[in-house]
Design a protein around this ligand. Structure first.
Ligand code: ZN
Length: 219
């Protein structure tokens, strides 16, 4: 295990390496941030956002929680999305789940989990929305993998339902929303190829918060 003191040594080593690669590293780091990406991922320690994307400090705005959920009444994630879209003007929002997600696994078990209940309910609801497809998968591990993917997909839809994303898309043609799954066994990212525009079409009748989505999409 890395000791507590070692972390500060690591930090100095990291800084020396960064300055070695780019003498202006600190000058750039202390300037304003202009990331093109907002990444919403799981808190799982094995899925480090910057590293798996190969992005440097300043290139991705990150929010992580248990099982990468985007809940409409979670002030934390909603603040992150609003800030990233309105002020940072990110071009892409990514929801990144991962196979072997403990949060998703817990939601597949019908059991009282105390304070986790309301959080896991979001994933149980994803299961209910896709119950026919999931129950048809007899292999439990494959069903678990598929729920990880469907959970990512539904969180993408939740982002597309927000006013801030709809308004920005109408005005600027960005951001677009993407769903990914990180595979811990291969180390690779899988793009679920969520069709952003098609999803906007599908949800607009009920979730258009701008009153202009239908017009904009039919242009
Ligand atoms: Zn997870």
């Amino acid at each position: 295990m890395t000791t507590y003191a070692q972390i500060f040594e690591n930090n100095k080593k990291w800084l020396a390496e960064k300055i070695g690669e780019d003498a202006d590293f600190l000058k750039k780091l202390s300037r304003d941030q202009h990331p093109d990406y907002l990444y919403i991922g799981c808190s799982d320690s094995r899925v480090p956002a910057n590293e798996i994307m190969g992005l440097e400090p300043g290139e991705v705005f990150v929010h992580r929680n248990v099982a990468n959920l985007v809940n409409n009444i979670d002030l934390n994630v909603m603040s992150v999305i609003n800030y990233a879209v309105e002020h940072l003007k990110v071009k892409h929002i990514v929801v990144c789940g991962h196979y072997s997600c403990g949060g998703v696994k817990a939601a597949m078990t019908p059991k009282d989990m105390g304070i986790l209940n309301p959080w896991l309910r979001n994933i149980r609801d994803v299961y209910r929305l896709h119950q026919a497809e999931l129950d048809a998968i007899t292999d439990e591990h494959k069903r678990y993998d598929r729920l990880v993917e469907l959970n990512v997909q539904e969180q993408c839809v939740n982002i597309i339902k927000t006013a801030v994303v709809q308004k920005s898309y109408i005005a600027n043609n960005y951001p677009t929303v993407h769903g990914w799954v990180f595979d811990l066994e291969t180390g690779l990212l899988k793009d679920l190829n969520i069709d952003f525009v098609e999803t906007l079409h599908k949800i607009q009748k009920i979730y258009d918060l701008t009153g202009e989505l239908a017009n904009h999409l039919n242009k």
